[in-house]
Design a binder for this molecule. Structure first.
Ligand SMILES: [Zn+2]
Length: 152
């Protein structure tokens, strides 16, 4: 990926979520309004694995969000928001979520949630806060919930 070096530099060669220094790779934050580095985060394999199942996050691992949620970079903020949102039954996570400030565009991006998915790369229906529906053919790692499969 051409912009991997840019992300490496932006992150200081650390996971932008938990600061781990090993197993780093570029991950696209789903439904980004932009492309390239502005759509991606640089993360470790542990975090990346967690993103694939937001319903079963390792809460302890994500205490690191108390630092990383203050990142100045929108994709990191958006991912922090989605993770904290998934963890919000925990009072600590809810407390962080209450403090997290996202600008309007980032909040719109962060709030897109997945309601249906076929396969991992397939047609999905997503609904934003205003109940506007958008249909995309994308891999939605980091979407909030996967409710049912679309019969194709
Ligand atoms: Zn990490």
């Amino acid at each position: 990926m051409a912009f991997e070096q840019e992300l490496e530099k932006r992150s200081g060669s650390k996971c932008e979520i938990c600061s781990a220094q090993e197993g780093l790779s570029v991950s696209e934050v789903p439904h980004a309004p932009k492309t390239g580095p502005d759509a991606c985060i640089y993360v470790c394999s542990k975090c990346l694995g967690q993103f694939e199942d937001l319903q079963n996050l390792d809460l302890k691992h994500f205490y690191c969000l108390q630092d990383s949620m203050w990142s100045e970079h929108a994709p990191v903020q958006v991912m922090a928001y989605r993770l904290l949102h998934s963890l919000r039954s925990d009072a600590f996570a809810q407390g962080l979520l209450d403090q997290l400030y996202l600008d309007e565009d980032s909040l719109k991006w962060a709030d897109l949630r997945l309601v249906k998915v076929g396969t991992k790369i397939g047609k999905v229906k997503i609904i934003n806060n205003n109940n506007n529906e958008l249909t995309e053919n994308l891999l939605f790692v980091g979407a909030e919930s996967v409710e049912q499969e679309i019969a194709s």
